[in-house]
Each structure stands twice: as C-alpha cells, then as structure tokens.
Write a protein that binds this ligand. Structure first.
Ligand SMILES: Cc1cc2nc3c(=O)[nH]c(=O)nc-3n(C[C@H](O)[C@H](O)[C@H](O)COP(=O)(O)OP(=O)(O)OC[C@H]3O[C@@H](n4cnc5c(N)ncnc54)[C@H](O)[C@@H]3O)c2cc1C
Length: 309
C-alpha cells in the first residue's frame, strides 16, 4: 500500500494490533485515524479487565510491544516493583499499551475516533468509511484490526437472562457479582483460559458455591513448567482449584504447576473435588433451569492454545 499523504490511514479496532499499527505508522510520519467503538482503545478485549487476578499468560520479558526493544515492557514492569519473570496483571499491560497510544496521539500523527465503523467502501483514491453516528470518514488506506468478534450465542438459553453468552461483556461482570452474593452453582461451558479467568473472577468476588466446567475433550490448560521459580506468585487458578477441592495448600498447588492436569481423550478430567468439577461431554444438552446461572464461554481463543494436550 502506498500512503496518500493527503488522507490518513484508517485503522478500525483499537486493541493491541490497531494501536501498534498506528504507533508504527507514526514513527514513519504517516498520519492515521484509530476507530474503536467500545471504549477500549489502547486496551482491546484482553487488557481492559480490571480484575487483578487476571494475569498475562506469558512472562513480562516476552511482552514488549516493540521488536527492536525487547525489554521495553520489562522496564515498565520493574518500575512498578515487578520482575521480568513475573506474570503481571493484564490491566498493567493495558496501561502500558494505553501509554503507547497516548504518545502516538501526542506525536500529532494519530487521531482517535471513539465510534463504531459500520461500512467501508473502496474508491479511486482510497476508502470511505461510515461511522455509527452517520459521519463519513475518508482514508488513503484501511486496516482492519477488529480482533475476535463476540461469540455466537449457543443454541440454548437465548432468551434467558441466566445464560451469559459473552464472557467479556458487562453482563458477565454483573453475573459474577450476583453469583458472589447468592453463592449459587455455576456452569462454565468450555475449559480453556477463559474458564480460568471466569473461575478467578468468581473466586475474587467471593463466590463459594459449586463451579462445574464442561469440556468436549476433557482438557484444561497446563501450567508453565518452571512456575515454581516464579517470584511472588499471583493467586492462580490452580491455587483456587486446589483450595476449592480441598486438595492441598496454595504452595502444594504451585509445586504441581507444570504437571499435566488433564486426562485427555475426551474422558472426565479432574480437578475432582467438592467444589470444582470438570466434565467432558461432546454434545451440550444443557437446558437452563431456575437453579443456576450459566456462563457460556464460546469465544475463539486460538492464539492461546496452550490448553492443547
Ligand atoms: C481474555 C484474553 C486474554 C489474553 N491474554 C493474552 C496474554 O496474556 N498475552 C498475549 O500475548 N495475548 C493474550 N491474548 C491474546 C490477545 O487478544 C492478543 O494478543 C491481542 O491483544 C489481540 O489484539 P487485537 O487488537 O487483534 O484484538 P482486540 O483486543 O480484540 O481488539 C479489537 C478491537 O476492535 C474493536 N472493534 C471491533 N469491531 C469494530 C468496529 N466495527 N468499529 C470500531 N471498533 C471495532 C473492538 O472494540 C476492540 O477494542 C488474550 C486474549 C484474550 C481474549
């Protein structure tokens, strides 16, 4: 793409990808407009969580936003009292990314438009975008950085307020708070990293009811093999599961990190115990009843596939 210097490049989506495209363009003196309609510019879905228990799934030392400066994020984490080997809070990475966004805006090369893009038409000299407030925006080039779209609702419980289809929505946050107040049982559909986040959110909110996670393959995420060396470990889902199942202390749970916690091959996978049970079913014949809230977790998380077994 050759940039027409009279018109900016339009970037739709202000998560990590959109923010960094804008930052790279600004470094080359190319103007852009970053369009994000969810109020998440500079955070995206992953780093807009406010829950301290939600941590990065890799260490700080591999999270630099800049390929030419691999310790860029480490310096930020260390300035906050952290360590390069830490799994820091995702909201801290969000602040880091938001800082890059602010620097890019301050450079004069980027304008932020907090609207939803609803249409884009190519023309002879670029693109015309329609925003959800009816405004039109012309651009020399178009970058789609819209991330994963919200999950399709599953075929059950579409009309029930007790079934939460998008684990990253405001409804999911409200459900966590309601469940913490009522201590009702929860069914989590799926056993990947989003399940881990949901368990941590429920636990941090004070929920002490039963949590059942439903899996098609009976696999749950594996720990990092050397997490026993981790400095000041956060409250991990392994800790939470261990405590809830009465399987041992937090330190025993941490020592077991790295062990493969799943049975594989579609059998019932552990985390046996009183409060947390992970069940493997290929079909999902789930009907929401009056006695429990279902948080349906169906978001594609292919980039986070360390739950493969
Ligand atoms: C819960 C979670 C945790 C994760 N943890 C990690 C981690 O620890 N380490 C790691 O490396 N990766 C992690 N990831 C992967 C992470 O998503 C990617 O690394 C990266 O942040 C994806 O950024 P993105 O900009 O492509 O998408 P997103 O962050 O999804 O951003 C897309 C943005 O586009 C906006 N948008 C969409 N459509 C429109 C439209 N029509 N108009 C305007 N705006 C629009 C959305 O509002 C959103 O803000 C995680 C992902 C999730 C979901």
């Amino acid at each position: 793409m050759t940039s027409d210097r009279h018109l900016p490049v339009a970037i739709v989506g202000g998560g990590f990808s959109g923010t960094m495209v804008a930052a790279h363009l600004a470094r080359k003196g190319i103007e852009s407009v970053l369009i994000d309609g969810a109020g998440r510019a500079g955070h995206g879905v992953a780093y807009s969580t406010r829950e301290p228990a939600h941590v990065l799934n890799v260490r700080a030392e591999v999270m630099s936003a800049w390929a030419h400066d691999l310790d860029h994020f480490v310096r930020v984490a260390e300035a906050d009292g952290g360590h390069r080997r830490d799994f820091v809070q995702r909201q801290q990475f969000g602040r880091y990314l938001r800082g890059i966004l602010k620097d890019t805006i301050d450079s004069g090369c980027l304008r932020l438009v907090e609207r939803q893009a609803v249409e884009a038409e190519p023309g002879e000299d670029g693109w015309t975008l329609q925003l959800d407030n009816g405004e039109e925006l012309r651009a020399s080039g178009l970058v789609l950085a819209i991330g994963n779209q919200p999950p399709e609702p599953l075929p059950f419980g579409r009309d029930s307020s007790r079934v939460i289809h998008n684990p990253w929505s405001g409804d999911a946050q409200a459900a966590v708070e309601d469940l913490a107040a009522s201590n009702e049982d929860v069914l989590l559909v799926g056993t990947g990293l989003t399940m881990v986040d949901a368990v941590l959110s429920l636990d941090a909110a004070g929920h002490r009811g039963r949590i059942v996670a439903l899996s098609r393959r009976g696999l749950i995420p594996r720990g990092h093999t050397d997490s026993a060396r981790h400095r000041s470990p956060p409250r991990t889902y392994r800790t939470v599961m261990s405590e809830r199942s009465g399987a041992g202390s937090a330190s025993a749970a941490r020592k077991s990190a790295g062990a493969r916690p799943s049975t594989g091959s579609g059998r019932t996978a552990t985390a046996s115990g009183r409060a947390f049970r992970c069940t493997s079913r290929r079909d999902l014949p789930v009907t929401p009843g009056p006695g429990g809230t279902f948080i349906v977790i169906a978001s594609p998380r292919k980039s986070l596939s360390d739950c493969k077994g």
